[in-house]
Design a protein around this ligand. Structure first.
Ligand SMILES: C[S@@+](CC[C@H](N)C(=O)[O-])C[C@H]1O[C@@H](n2cnc3c(N)ncnc32)[C@H](O)[C@@H]1O
Length: 208
């Protein structure tokens, strides 16, 4: 069956073309800022980096960042912002899907995802989780913000079922914190959570 509905890629691309990016505040969220204060600088992987606001913030604090996004216009915008911030030496940008990151090699000390994973379907989420586990070093951190669906019929366009993070990552990461909340944008609101995970040692991961 064919449909004229725009794909998720097309919807996101149209947003970047129109610069209709309600999430694109100047600073990254407070949870990323707090992580930058408590973790020693290292290599960070910014999954679904958008305009690279988090990568730029972390680069200015000594991190070496790799930002990945699959929308060419997002990577173009990110390049402009990285150049304007004078962070070309510390931020590398990659046009790629977070479901296939073969262009990148481990080890990363930190992976961050602010609003990317929750738009993936089930098959994509599995591929994404395998890539995150491959790239983050044992003891490395992974911070994730996602919109959650607590009921299957919940009218939230971009969200993933609650419990997915636990199911996908419990073998490879320890889930050290989950902070649930309600995200409000304009007259819309939805369930969401911040997750902090720490990569298990490979031996532990194999034991499940
Ligand atoms: C809500 S935006 C957030 C952007 C950025 N993380 C921030 O906080 O400013 C989600 C981003 O994920 C990107 N994205 C969604 N699916 C992706 C995929 N499969 N591979 C790479 N990027 C993806 C989108 O293009 C978009 O830039």
């Amino acid at each position: 069956m064919t449909t004229n509905e725009p794909t998720r890629f097309e919807r996101l691309q149209a947003r970047y073309q129109a610069r209709d990016l309600p999430w694109d505040h100047e600073l990254p969220p407070p949870e990323i800022i707090a992580a930058a204060e408590r973790l020693p600088p290292g290599r960070v992987l910014d999954l679904g980096c958008g305009s690279a606001r988090a990568s730029i913030y972390l680069a200015a604090r000594g991190w070496q960042a790799d930002g990945v996004d699959f929308i060419p216009e997002a990577i173009e915008l990110a390049r402009e912002r990285v150049r304007a911030a004078g962070q070309e030496a510390r931020v590398r940008l990659h046009l790629a899907s977070v479901t296939d990151l073969h262009v990148l090699q481990q080890p990363y000390d930190l992976a961050i995802d602010v609003g990317c994973m929750h738009g993936l379907d089930e098959v994509e989420r599995r591929a994404y989780a395998a890539e995150v586990a491959r790239l983050v070093r044992p003891g490395g951190h992974y911070l994730l913000f996602a919109h959650l669906r607590t009921r299957e019929d919940e009218p939230v366009a971009v969200s993933m079922p609650d419990g997915v993070v636990e199911a996908l990552f419990q073998a490879t990461f320890q889930i050290v914190q989950v902070e649930r909340g309600i995200t409000v944008v304009g007259d819309q609101q939805w369930h969401s959570a911040w997750y902090e995970l720490v990569r298990r040692q490979d031996d532990d991961a194999m034991m499940g």
